[in-house]
Write a protein that binds this ligand. Structure first.
Ligand code: GBH
Length: 476
């Protein structure tokens, strides 16, 4: 079991979850600032207004990364620091650009390769208000392309660009369940606006086209000189049939992955939506124009994979309701035999099952022609961690074991199944703003003391990755 010699590894974060400094140096509001201000949307009533204060602590964070032995760091840029109102004719904020230029210079000086995500959910609120943000098929892709070009030009040293993080979440949680910003849903007790049966599919479509536009811009005008690579990051869980003897459950397992991942990956690799989605959603799924197909098909230099958990899948009888987004099935933690997929964590949706990582890597590799891949997120929360003493928190053996199991499962996928993984970023470098769950759920390998000046305390898991990768990465 081993990983290639030039394998990169490190940690990941996202702008709104760690930066704070919400009004510093001309930053404009994003849809998450607006969403957090609505009572009841965030579990503990918090927001990212201070978060880990990382905007003001870049050298401390880089020092931390270095001390942990990381060779790569994935972070995201806050669009509203670059273009506070968001649009292609709106003013550019040089201070915001300077901040990230210096950050990348400092990372490189520390021997750490940046992986930059352009969009990790913090859409400029100005664009949401001006034309409906992700729902606007004409404007949104053009504004995203302009913002992406601005960053490609400003940071020629970055060799790894990620256009969008988890468009599934922006689309489904933002426009179907309303659990994430901007909170649209058909449920009128939760939102005055939204159409859960239609808006998520429009949002997903527009993100694909925006991704395609940014990739074309990079390949045409920046890649020839800069030599970097660009791709999208998709989230998806592993699936196992609730009843392996029932062909309908077996089939539902693939359908679940298609609704989560292939929704985006099929257009990118094949130029069309998956058959299973067309069948269930009909004309609620937008149709690609020829121009859109040309932009989207073949638009990944690499596949970015975010992965956390696995489920047993049980098909549902009858026909699906209009607002179904899973593919007419149930996701369960127990199978027909009563076997449990994995132990509880603080996140209701997350139970460790490392074999699923290896299996899903294989599934993706087979379906998409063995693409070059980066694992751009993988990690866990820990049941009750927020209520423990600091002494207990830093002894996070559960998280150490999670990483050990998952990284070894990945190494097996690489060395035994031939999957082409080139790098791994653990989620997350530090505890941070866990979106609708606020600060109660912690995913960091570093504890952040939010009441004592955001002080960082590395946990046991922070120091466990370097020795692990040392034994796995080939020396010559
Ligand atoms: C990642 O998403 C995010 O990229 C990152 O910002 C975040 O901090 C990290 O996970 C930890 O949560 O039952 O419909 O509400 C992980 C993928 C997909 C996990 C949606 C939670 C909720 C499903 N996420 N899922 S639902």
């Amino acid at each position: 079991m081993s990983l290639p010699k030039d394998f990169l590894w490190g940690f990941a974060t996202a702008s709104y979850q760690i930066e704070g400094a919400a009004e510093t140096d001309g930053r404009g509001p994003s849809i998450w600032d607006t969403f957090c201000a609505v009572p009841g949307k965030i579990a503990d009533g918090s927001s990212g207004v201070v978060a880990c204060d990382s905007y003001n602590r870049t050298s401390e964070d880089i020092g931390l990364l270095k001390s942990l032995g990381a060779t790569a760091y994935r972070f995201s840029i806050a669009w509203t620091r670059i273009i506070p109102l968001g649009g292609r004719n709106d003013p550019i904020n040089q201070k915001g650009i300077d901040h990230y230029v210096k950050f990348v210079d400092d990372l490189l000086a520390a021997g750490i390769q940046p992986f930059i995500t352009l969009f990790h959910w913090d859409l400029p609120d100005g664009l949401d208000k001006r034309y409906g943000g992700l729902l606007n098929r004409e404007e949104f892709p053009l504004d995203f392309e302009h913002y992406a070009r601005t960053m490609f030009k400003a940071i020629p040293k970055c060799q790894h660009w990620i256009t969008f993080n988890e468009p599934w979440c922006s689309s489904i949680l933002g426009y179907n369940t309303g659990y994430f910003a901007p909170g649209h849903t058909s449920d009128r007790s939760r939102s005055a606006v939204g159409d859960s049966a239609r808006e998520p599919w429009i949002s997903g479509h527009n993100i694909l086209v925006a991704h395609g536009r940014a990739v074309k811009a990079y390949r045409d005008d920046f890649k020839p000189l800069q030599g970097g690579e660009i791709g999208i990051t998709l989230n998806g869980d592993a699936t196992y049939p609730w009843d392996p003897e029932d062909p309908a459950d077996v089939e539902a397992c693939d359908r679940k992955i298609e609704f989560a991942i292939s929704w985006f990956a099929d257009p990118i690799y094949f130029g069309h939506y998956p058959e299973s989605m067309l069948k269930q959603l009909g004309d609620r799924l937008p149709t690609f124009t020829a121009e859109e197909v040309a932009l989207v098909k073949g638009s990944n230099d690499f596949y970015g994979m975010n992965h956390y958990t696995a489920n047993y899948i049980k098909h549902k009888p009858g026909s699906p309701p209009e607002d179904d987004f899973l593919g007419h099935l149930e996701t369960l933690f127990y199978n027909k035999n009563g076997d449990c997929i994995g132990p509880e964590t603080q996140s209701f949706w997350l139970r460790p099952h490392a074999q699923g990582f290896r299996d899903l890597l294989g599934w993706l590799s087979r379906r998409y022609g063995n693409p070059k891949m980066y694992v751009t997120e993988n990690g866990t929360s820990l049941k009750g961690e927020n209520d423990m003493s600091l002494e207990k928190i830093v002894e996070d053996d559960f998280r150490v074991k999670y990483f050990d199991d998952y990284v070894r499962a990945m190494a097996k996928a690489v060395s035994e199944d031939g999957v082409d993984v080139r790098g791994y970023l653990a989620w997350s470098l530090m505890d941070n703003f866990e979106w609708a769950e606020g600060y109660e759920t912690r995913f960091g390998v570093t504890y952040v003391d939010y009441v004592n000046d955001q002080k960082r305390h590395p946990k046991k898991s922070a120091k466990s990755l370097q020795p692990l990768f040392d034994t796995l990465i080939k020396k010559d």
